[in-house]
Design a protein around this ligand. Structure first.
Ligand code: PLP
Length: 419
């Protein structure tokens, strides 16, 4: 979606320190140039196809459709991308842009490790140096991802400031970029941040919706009636929705993380239910969860990828203008939706994607049998094994986990790999 000088209505913009201005302009011009260059687009499609396995299928779910007795349910299978989620679409795109700009190094921050892994994979393939900032607490919780990032050749820097999680890692990544921007690119993983990142990430993710346009016409002769996507930073939602924006008959629903409840600190609902406020942080204006003084608040979600205090300015604008409808799903409903997909269709969804499932499953019984909905299955659920085991109270699991941790001790010591 085209912005006006980086703005979507009142959201977006480029609130960055002056020192980063020339690099931001360079990215902006390189992106404008690249997206109109047939050679760049051909290379992008080749890498999507050969490295990530695109196009991903549009899968009809006969059992779920029968179960709910309403709309015909389809899944867009972003879980089948290399490394198991839609994140790869964007990382490949920005990786190619980095090569085009002649830079040699990428920096990224990661929470659960999904974006970190995707970035380390692409950096290895494209021959780029790679530094990943990660909260020390997250490193403990996500050690398998950290292990692979290191084996892929990335430097993983533990961040020990603040709560030692994603937000602190983001601050450190920005600090690095402020001093390294001449030869390094800050590879943002969602459609947030200063312009042109929201537009650029949305552009690379729009391959999702572009494919759904073709696949829906090929499979059932028309576009879907309704689209569903979970909304963390908003990139998979932008990817599915934006190619359908001008199709007035296609309804769109974004699903946020309702978490444990609507009290502050228990959820990540920024748009539905009027819980967020407009503000400026992290380089852009959007709806944030913040207090009266503008301080960003703690958030919660059972899905790490949705546990974020801001949201894409594109999604914030489309929600405000009513083009997309926003709702939320509570942790319990998310687990129920995940379990139902496992049992009915033999697919293991990510807990993030299970929010989109939960939102769609609530509507499906009340929609006409002739209607068709497409739910974006943004990622696979293998990574969520511990959270799902806890939620469904698998009693053997705590013992397994103890044995596993005894066999693979978690360490945040980074000296050895930097040596
Ligand atoms: C990171 C992630 C998300 C959330 O990111 P968006 O930018 O909102 O798409 C959703 N699903 C999965 C599987 C993820 O890994």
């Amino acid at each position: 979606m085209k912005s006006e000088n980086g703005f979507y209505g009142q959201y977006g913009g480029s609130y960055i320190p002056e020192i980063l201005y020339s690099s931001q302009q360079q990215i902006l011009h390189a992106f404008e140039d690249a997206k109109n260059d047939p050679a760049f687009l051909a290379e992008l499609h080749k890498q999507w196809q050969q490295f990530s396995g695109r196009p991903t299928p549009l899968t009809f779910c006969a059992n779920l459709t029968e179960h709910f007795g309403g709309a015909q349910i389809y899944l867009k299978r972003e879980d089948l991308n290399h490394s198991g989620a839609h994140k790869m679409n964007n990382v490949i795109g920005q990786g190619l842009l980095v090569k085009r700009m002649g830079k040699k190094r990428v920096i990224a921050e990661t929470g659960a490790g999904q974006h970190g892994i995707a970035t380390a994979l692409v950096a290895a393939r494209l021959g780029l140096e790679c530094t990943i900032y990660m909260g020390a607490k997250d490193i403990e919780r996500q050690y398998p991802n950290v292990f692979w990032m290191k084996q892929l050749g990335a430097t993983v820097v533990p961040v020990t400031t603040g709560a030692q999680t994603l937000r602190d890692a983001l601050d450190e990544a920005l600090r690095d970029w402020s001093s390294s921007h001449e030869d390094s690119h800050y590879l943002i993983g969602t459609s947030c941040g200063c312009a042109p990142f929201p537009e650029m990430v949305a552009f690379f993710q729009s391959v999702i919706g572009d494919e759904v346009r073709e696949q829906s016409v090929a499979q059932f002769g028309q576009f879907p009636d309704r689209l569903y996507a979970c909304v963390g930073g908003g990139s998979n939602a932008c990817g599915l929705f934006l190619p359908f924006l001008d199709e007035k008959d296609v309804a769109m629903v974004g699903v946020e993380a309702g978490g444990k409840g609507l009290a502050l600190g228990e959820h990540s609902i920024r748009l539905s239910h009027n819980l967020g406020q407009p503000g400026i942080a992290q380089g852009f204006a959007t709806m944030f969860l913040q207090d009266q003084a503008g301080q960003l608040q703690e958030t919660h979600s059972i899905a790490a990828g949705l546990d974020y205090v801001g949201v894409s300015p594109i999604i914030a604008h489309l929600a405000e203008t009513g083009r997309i409808q926003m709702t939320y799903a509570m942790d319990d409903d998310v687990i129920a939706a995940c379990t139902l997909l496992l049992k009915k269709e033999g697919i293991i969804p990510a807990l993030e994607s299970s929010h989109a499932l939960a939102g769609a499953f609530k509507d499906a019984p009340n929609l006409p049998k002739t209607s068709r909905i497409v739910i974006n299955l943004s990622g696979r659920g293998d990574k969520d094994i511990f959270n799902v085991a806890k939620a469904v109270q698998d009693e053997a699991f705590p013992q397994f986990l103890n044995d596993y941790l005894a066999t693979y001790p978690v360490t945040t010591d980074n000296k050895e790999q930097n040596a």
